[in-house]
Design a protein around this ligand. Structure first.
Ligand code: PEP
Ligand code: MN
Length: 338
């Protein structure tokens, strides 16, 4: 349910509404607006009719149900797009956010070199996995904490913010100590214990769409994080499984306008995993911007042929640099800055 406060209702009235929501066994989630405040009351769907009684409280304009199963992620709860702050960056604002870097953190030299290159090309955030969720248990699993330290060192050197993946709840605290944004990968999109754990911290989470999750299921996963009080959730379409085998996945660009309509959360696109081949990254990056994405996540490697993971889909520095130039007219046409 959404409890809409009257314009200018004093703080005491808002606090009373919050108290009553809690008393009824629901969790209050507040959106403070310039005109009026709105409180979302989420919890057991079965008894929600009881919340209707809040309509008689002073300062309450009306109480309306949220029809979508994902509540806090919905446009019904929050009509305006959310922009998520990371230092001086705003993800989901007018400016596109560009995340770039290697699939995995492999060594100090590799990461520092790549960080420098993507910084010079104009990226905002450096990516790199320290904990890797690999299909094979025999494949490189990541440098773990050493990888996190290297990412922090690269941030120090370049001023880039860093995003890195967390694959299990026990590591959330450790990863949050180093990262500016925690990534939950496609393979963990329905790892509800992990979603709850990243919901408990107060750092942005980049939640990738699963390769077989519907848009609704995807938003329910985002809801797990939001329901724990972490409202800084960034979505990222990264391709889904279809019958097509010429590409690693099928980048679902439909998801951009569909998600845009259904949720206020920022939407990024990862054309690297979405295609699985460096040659297709550029065209799909442009298409993503044209379709309204808030930014891109792109894998870049100094020497893709030597990469520990995802070399085939990684751009070499020169290609990334020219792509960044080529993206500018697309950004402009989409009404975005770069
Ligand atoms: C990654 O970003 O390197 C990654 C593993 O992505 P995904 O979870 O989308 O496969
Ligand atoms: Mn990868």
């Amino acid at each position: 349910m959404i409890i809409v406060m009257r314009a200018g209702a004093p703080e005491e009235q808002l606090q009373e509404v919050i108290r009553r929501i809690t008393e009824l066994g629901y969790q209050p989630h507040i959106i403070r607006g310039t005109q009026r405040n709105v409180v979302g009351a989420v919890g057991d769907e079965r008894g929600k009719a009881r919340l209707q009684s809040l309509e008689s409280l002073p300062g309450v304009e009306n109480v309306v149900p949220i029809l979508q199963p994902f509540k806090l992620a919905s446009r019904e709860f929050k009509a305006d797009k959310s922009a998520i702050r990371v230092g001086d960056l705003e993800i989901g604002g007018d400016r596109l956010t560009i995340i770039a870097g290697p699939c995995s953190v492999e060594s100090e030299a590799q990461l520092m070199e790549t960080a420098q290159v993507v910084k010079e090309a104009g990226a905002d955030i450096l990516r790199g996995g320290a904990f890797k969720p690999r299909t094979s248990p025999y494949a490189f699993q990541g440098l773990e904490e050493e990888g996190l330290r290297l990412l922090a060192q690269a941030r120090e050197m370049t001023g880039l913010y860093i995003v890195t993946e967390v694959i299990q709840p026990e590591h959330v605290e450790l990863v949050a100590k180093y990262a500016d944004i925690l990534q939950v990968g496609a393979r963990n999109v329905q790892n509800f214990a992990l979603l709850r754990s990243v919901g408990e911290i107060r750092k942005p989470v980049l939640l990738k769409r699963g390769m077989a999750t519907t848009i609704k299921e995807y938003l329910m996963s985002a809801e797990y994080i939001l329901s724990q009080g972490n409202y800084a959730v960034i979505l990222c379409e990264r391709g889904i499984r279809t019958f097509e085998t010429e590409t690693r996945f099928t980048l679902d660009l439909n998801a951009i306008p569909v998600l845009r309509k259904m949720t206020h959360l920022p939407i990024l696109v990862d054309p690297s995993h979405g295609t699985g081949h460096w040659e297709y990254v550029g065209p799909m990056a442009k298409a993503a911007i044209a379709a309204g994405a808030d930014g891109l996540m792109i894998e870049v490697h100094m020497r893709p042929e030597e990469a520990f993971s995802d070399g085939i889909q990684s751009l070499k520095p020169k290609r990334f640099l020219s792509l960044m130039e080529e993206l500018k007219p697309f950004a402009e046409a989409a009404g975005r800055e770069m």
